[in-house]
Design a protein around this ligand. Structure first.
Ligand code: COA
Length: 196
């Protein structure tokens, strides 16, 4: 099983590719790990079967919360995590990205930033979006540093918008506009390779 119709997004150290069957157990474990997911989303309530079905259906379901791309290291093919995006806003030309480096031993090496950069490039390339956004817990320093490193701007704070670890958390809102993204000096230069 491979999710069809998704391009390969080739970066420098990383590529983003469609999930394959062999990825699913690892992705499912990471997706159900509260440490990974609690800082920005609900805990998964999926079974392995419903998770697989959701990953397969994601390309045709704009509302899907399933991972869209696997994050894979170029040098050795190691799967490091996954990224996705929420459904486009029903009226506004914007959508939010989300990202997980499930392999904790590989954090802090710039992979998160490269993976999110590839995803944002893809979204601006594929859709007529005017803005790409992201939200994160005010305490999730690693997450907002990734965004700020990619020239996302902090736009505001949603108060008490996320519940985890027995209390409500404020959530930061970040965004980058299409012209800002085009003009930002970046070390990334991803190449979109069409799906076979
Ligand atoms: C957020 C996450 C993807 C970051 O991935 P990463 O590969 O470790 O991040 P990078 O190595 O690309 O680091 C990017 C920036 O964040 C900084 N950073 C990374 N981890 C940090 C930490 N724990 N504390 C403070 N800063 C940190 C880096 O120094 C770097 O800053 P710089 O650009 O100024 O040098 C990863 O921590 C993760 O998967 N967390 C759990 C899931 C999650 O919270 N996702 C975000 C949802 S909103």
């Amino acid at each position: 099983m491979t999710v069809s119709g998704l391009p390969l997004l080739q970066g420098y150290a990383l590529r983003l590719r469609a999930p394959a069957r062999a990825d699913l157990p690892k992705l499912f474990d990471w997706y159900n790990d509260p440490e990974n997911v609690a800082p920005f989303d609900r805990f998964s309530l999926d079974t392995a079967e419903s998770f697989e079905a959701a990953v397969l259906a994601a390309p045709d379901d704009p509302r899907s919360l399933a991972p869209r791309f696997v994050v894979e290291r170029v040098q050795d093919g190691l799967v490091l995590g996954f990224v996705g995006h929420y459904q486009p806003h029903p009226v506004l030309e914007t959508t939010d990205v989300w990202y997980v480096l499930g392999d904790r031993s590989q954090r802090g090496k710039g992979y998160g930033k490269e993976a999110v950069g590839l995803l944002v490039d893809y979204l601006f390339h594929e859709a007529t979006l005017a803005r790409v956004g992201a939200t994160c817990d005010v305490e999730n320093v690693a997450s907002y540093r990734v965004l700020e490193g990619l020239r996302f701007r902090r736009e505001g704070t949603l108060r008490s918008a996320l519940f985890h670890h027995a209390r409500w958390h404020d959530v930061l809102v970040y965004g980058v506009t299409r012209p800002e993204w085009a003009e930002a000096p970046r070390s990334l230069n991803p190449t979109l390779v069409p799906a076979p």
